[in-house]
Design a protein around this ligand. Structure first.
Ligand code: GLN
Length: 289
């Protein structure tokens, strides 16, 4: 019987990778996932991984790797869920099924906040719907502001707290609906940042299985054509005894006008700007209210 390269006892690293890349391609998945997974199971730094291409791989690792490749190809499970981590702003964050896998566009939101909020006196910033905590933790590590974060999901907060501890970031976490914990605790943020759920339920059918079947619904979808979270947050902002000065939101590529309108309706004197992401799509709203 003909043995396939990856099944050989002494299969070399590049042969295993070749098999996996082809298998993924045949299943309309990204072939580069093969490298990420194999490097993960070999538990080697990148340089060593690349230098060892002609070395044989222990069969036990090949088996583990093969299982993961097949699982990813067949179900679309994100590679970040398989390896339990992802990178954001150059740091490693733990992720689970309970949190949205952070997106590169969100790094741009963080960058925008850091650029605009450069004060000598530390300000109070709150990240609403923190998920894995990437926004709050990165802001805490990149600035001297006081950082709070909230999430309605206790399971998400566990992940965020774990990340804050392992990255040695000082963030105060509260469980609750967006700004509600700040209102209840009478904490007065100067700056509000949020990447809330903004996908319209009607648009679910256009999402890939990797997103639809694995990112939490709570993190993806919002009522009112995806605008509900912004409406809720703006309503909550009005309940704060002292009004924050700056609002930063990540938005859907077609929500710039609608979210501007929501903000202007509540705060007619506000100055609102929409910024594009690296793909040239509207992605960030900044309002000075
Ligand atoms: N704030 C987190 C992030 O940007 C989670 C966002 C969400 O769940 N919608 O990744």
């Amino acid at each position: 019987m003909k043995t396939v390269a990856y099944m050989k006892n002494d299969a070399k690293q590049y042969e295993v990778l070749q098999w996996a890349s082809l298998f993924l391609k045949n299943h309309q998945r990204e072939p580069y996932v093969a490298e990420i997974l194999l490097q993960h199971y070999l538990n080697e730094p990148r340089a060593k991984f690349l230098a060892n291409m002609r070395d044989p791989i222990p069969l036990a690792i090949v088996e583990q790797f093969k299982k993961a490749i097949i699982n990813h190809a067949k179900t679309g499970i994100p590679v970040q869920h398989i390896i339990g981590k992802t990178e954001f702003y150059g740091r490693e964050f733990h992720v689970t099924k309970d949190v949205l896998i952070p997106r590169m566009e969100t790094e741009e939101l963080v960058q925008c906040v850091l650029k605009k909020i450069q004060t000598i006196e530390p300000l109070t910033i709150v990240d609403l719907g923190t998920g894995s905590g990437v926004i709050a933790i990165t802001l805490a590590l990149e600035s001297s502001h006081h950082i709070y974060a909230t999430d309605i999901s206790g399971d998400a907060l566990k992940v965020a707290k774990h990340n804050a501890i392992s990255l040695d970031a000082t963030v105060q976490f509260y469980e609750g609906d967006f700004l509600q914990p700040m209102i209840d605790e009478e904490i007065h943020p100067d700056v509000i940042v949020s990447n809330p759920p903004y996908i319209a339920k009607e648009d679910a059918e256009y999402l890939s299985d990797t997103v639809k079947d694995f990112d939490p619904d709570l993190a993806l979808f919002a009522d009112h054509h995806g605008l509900k979270a912004y409406e809720t947050i703006i309503k909550q902002v009005r309940q704060l005894k002292s009004r924050p000065k700056h609002l930063f939101f990540e938005i859907g590529y077609n929500q710039g006008e609608a979210v501007t309108r929501i903000i202007r309706q509540a705060f007619p004197a506000s100055d609102v700007s929409v910024y594009q992401d690296m793909n040239g799509k509207d992605r960030i709203i900044y309002a000075n209210i």
